[in-house]
Design a protein around this ligand. Structure first.
Ligand SMILES: NC(=O)c1ccc[n+]([C@@H]2O[C@H](COP(=O)([O-])OP(=O)(O)OC[C@H]3O[C@@H](n4cnc5c(N)ncnc54)[C@H](OP(=O)(O)O)[C@@H]3O)[C@@H](O)[C@H]2O)c1
Length: 376
């Protein structure tokens, strides 16, 4: 495929972190081929920062349908465009961009170079570092698709996004002004973006559960009522009714453990049309409640969202979001997660995944810099 002239030297091989098959350890290769452009919208990115998500250790441990093995994990990317396919105009060589990678080796991010679709990247404003930018793609997708994705399996609550433009041509920024929302796990990476999008959509009050040390963080992002996560979840309905008489239409459960799923469901009052958004599959006890709801002809719903911009379900919302994301970041409407850079380049990912697996990451995102990898 013809490519634009590049000012960057692109090697033919690179460092990449491979997993031979599910449950096998990460191994570092210094001679993995740099992926090549093969589709009309392809661009090649030199990855300057990639963030660690829970899905990375889960796929390494348990595998993923459709993954190629040996597999490269990782799907948060911030870097520099070093090659573009002929005809790509949306970005050019030298641009700083962020995007969500995918679980196919040419598009994964635990390597030094990756292929992206030019229509699904956003330019990084100069106010953000590569490491800050790398905290955004996956968790923002989970937040945005859970709220604004279509009402279908793996979609979302089908709310109007804050970047939606009405027929009269005006942006609908505060479509849910004065309506309450509950975000369970507001300090998680996903929860932080849910709170920010809820603020942009006009929701108020924004209740969220967090560890006390993360209260200033979630408040700075827009949570109006941070509640210590040690508070019994059974108390949340009375906390909510003490704050507002407006019906609760959306609960976003960014934790999605059995107890938060059930508590989220109980928050949606019987007879309402509220949606509980999960980031994991519904547990059996919740499935049982859903079956009872359907039998009664109730309209409460549960959606397990799926944070990929690459599949058909959330593609339209995703493309719209990537179209406006640079502006949202530039204006500070969306702020990145707090960053902790893990040293060692790609080799730092072993330790980072272990910390995440043990629940030792709080209110921040672990980020590695693939170009700092030493392979000697
Ligand atoms: N469906 C998808 O496509 C998708 C996409 C992305 C993520 N996910 C899933 O979403 C979950 C969150 O991912 P993440 O990247 O946001 O994780 P994360 O940033 O590592 O989440 C850690 C945070 O979760 C909070 N937390 C944990 N249990 C809690 C509880 N019972 N109550 C309140 N807060 C609690 C903790 O907050 P405190 O420190 O304040 O206690 C902690 O800071 C993971 O299970 C992940 O696999 C799914």
């Amino acid at each position: 495929m013809a490519t634009s002239t590049t000012a960057f030297e692109v090697p033919s091989t690179q460092a990449a972190l491979l997993v031979a098959s599910p449950a096998q350890p990460f191994t570092l290769s210094s001679t993995h081929p740099v992926p090549t452009l093969s589709n009309p919208n392809d661009i090649l990115i030199r990855i300057e920062a990639t963030a660690i998500n829970p899905v990375d250790w889960k796929v390494q441990q348990y595998g993923l349908a459709g993954a190629e093995w040996p597999a490269i994990m990782g799907s948060d990317c911030a870097g520099v465009v070093v090659k573009v396919a002929e005809g790509v105009e949306r970005v050019k060589v030298g641009d700083r961009v962020l995007h969500q990678g995918q679980y196919v080796n040419r598009g994964a991010t635990f390597q030094q170079y990756t292929i992206a679709n030019a229509n699904l990247v956003a330019k990084i404003p100069s106010s953000l570092s590569f490491s800050q930018a790398a905290t955004i793609p996956v968790a923002l997708s989970a937040a945005a698709f859970g709220l604004y994705g279509p009402r279908v399996p793996k979609g979302g609550a089908a709310l109007l996004p804050p970047w939606h433009v009405s027929e009269s041509g005006k942006p609908v920024r505060k479509a849910y002004k004065g309506k309450p929302i509950v975000v369970l796990g507001g300090a998680s990476s996903v929860g932080q973006y849910v709170i920010q999008l809820a603020r942009l959509s006009g929701f108020a009050p924004i209740l969220t559960t967090v560890s006390p040390h993360n209260i200033p963080l979630v408040t700075s992002l827009g949570a109006t009522h941070p509640i210590p996560r040690s508070t019994p979840l059974s108390e949340l309905p009375s906390v909510l009714t003490s704050l507002t008489s407006s019906p609760l239409e959306v609960v976003y459960d960014a934790v999605s453990a059995q107890e938060t799923q059930l508590a989220g469901w109980e928050l949606l009052s019987e007879g309402s049309e509220g949606t509980l958004v999960l980031v994991l599959p519904a547990c059996d006890a919740l499935k049982q409640k859903l079956a009872e709801e359907e039998k009664k002809g109730g309209k409460r719903r549960v959606i397990s969202t799926y944070a990929t911009v690459h599949g058909p379900v959330n593609r339209e919302v995703g493309e719209e979001m990537y179209g406006v994301l640079a502006g949202l970041l530039e204006r500070g409407d969306i702020k990145p997660n707090e960053v902790e850079e893990v040293p060692g380049g790609l080799a730092g990912i072993y330790e980072a995944c272990e910390r995440m697996k043990k629940g030792l990451v709080s209110g921040r995102k672990l980020v590695v810099r693939p170009q700092e990898t030493t392979t000697e």
